[in-house]
Write a protein that binds this ligand. Structure first.
Ligand code: UDP
Ligand code: MG
Length: 307
């Protein structure tokens, strides 16, 4: 059996379309299927629509969160509750073509434990293209675990990988990083991102910035180490410059001008210290959150049809 994992947050406009299209796809595949749909604290009719579908189709199971916990938490819950021999997380906005599922299963039968789908970026704005490129470059330069560029959560993962993911207890979960960290025999297939069929994207610019910071800090402490080098470099420069001033004063006496250069240096060092403390704070904050060991999500109720 294959589990299809669907995180849903305010998706009333697109859900019917999603089930219609994916049902047509899986009807042609011999494997059995189940759907684990997570209602991530939607404020619209998402839950009602999901429950309707679950009543009509016994393959659909609905997990209702007590509030919005974010897509990473929704995926975590779906992975915890799925029973398939493999799972496929997919967005419900149909940006990721469900038709790819049969190709993923084919690769899985060939023996791959992870079949990841890589998107194109043809429809993205230049800003998004550049920031995404910068993110993957920096991420992979600083971390030992390579996250392949432009590969998101849309992928098939074998039961072995699901079990490995369930053992990761951290509460700040950067899923595509965790997938990469787990390893296993992987392959990548390409697809073209489609337009969102209805509704709107839940990730604005600042969500994505925070998401990127989550990714960078989850898998490496290189940004902290970087400050060791920056601090060390600045200290050496300061020492050399101090020595130079000392000699100059002995040889030529004291001269007063130098206000501008002093101010520049003060501002520069003030700024870089703040930045260093900020990065340090980011890690301390994460340690604090992890130390509380709160659950990643809270479930209000689980719905599935009687049969
Ligand atoms: N999503 C979620 N919780 C959130 C935000 C998003 O479950 O807090 C789901 C959303 O319903 C969709 C998927 O995550 O199925 C991807 O979201 P979206 O399409 O808005 O992201 P984008 O494709 O714009 O990156
Ligand atoms: Mg989308």
């Amino acid at each position: 059996m294959i589990s299809i994992l669907c995180p849903c947050y305010n998706e009333e406009a697109v859900l019917d379309l999603f089930f219609e299209r994916i049902s047509a796809v899986i009807a042609k595949i011999p494997e059995k299927f189940e759907f684990i749909c997570v209602n991530d604290g939607s404020k619209d009719k998402t839950l009602e629509i999901l429950k309707n579908h679950a009543e009509k189709d016994s393959r659909i199971k609905v997990i209702d969160f007590s509030r919005n916990f974010g897509k990473e938490a929704a995926l975590t819950a779906a992975l915890d509750y799925c029973k398939g021999d493999a799972a496929i997380p997919i967005d419900v906005d149909l940006q990721q073509p469900p038709e790819l599922i049969s190709k993923m299963i084919e690769k899985w039968r060939e023996g791959y434990e992870v079949v990841a789908a890589r998107r194109d970026r043809a429809t993205d704005s230049w800003l998004k293209k550049i920031t995404a490129l910068a993110f993957y470059k920096f991420q992979n330069a600083t971390s030992r675990y390579e996250i392949p560029a432009n590969v998101g959560d849309f992928r098939l993962i074998d039961r072995k990988v699901i079990d490995a993911l369930k053992k990761m207890k951290e509460s700040l979960r950067f899923m595509k990083g965790l997938f990469a960290w787990a390893g296993f025999r992987s392959c990548i297939i390409d697809y073209k991102v489609e337009k969102r069929m209805a509704g709107e994207s839940k990730f604005n610019f600042w969500n994505l910035v925070h998401f990127a910071i989550d990714g960078l800090t989850s898998f490496s402490t290189a940004p902290l180490t970087l400050w060791l080098y920056v601090g060390g470099g600045i200290s050496i420069c300061a020492f050399v410059y101090g020595f130079f001033i000392f000699i100059r004063t002995i040889l030529f006496g004291i001269e007063l001008p130098g206000y501008a250069s002093l101010l520049c240096l003060t501002l520069f060092f003030g700024g870089s210290q703040m930045l260093g403390i900020g990065i340090l704070g980011e890690y301390v904050g994460r340690t604090y959150i992890e130390s509380k060991q709160r659950p990643v999500y809270i479930i209000r109720e689980i719905y599935e049809s009687e049969s």
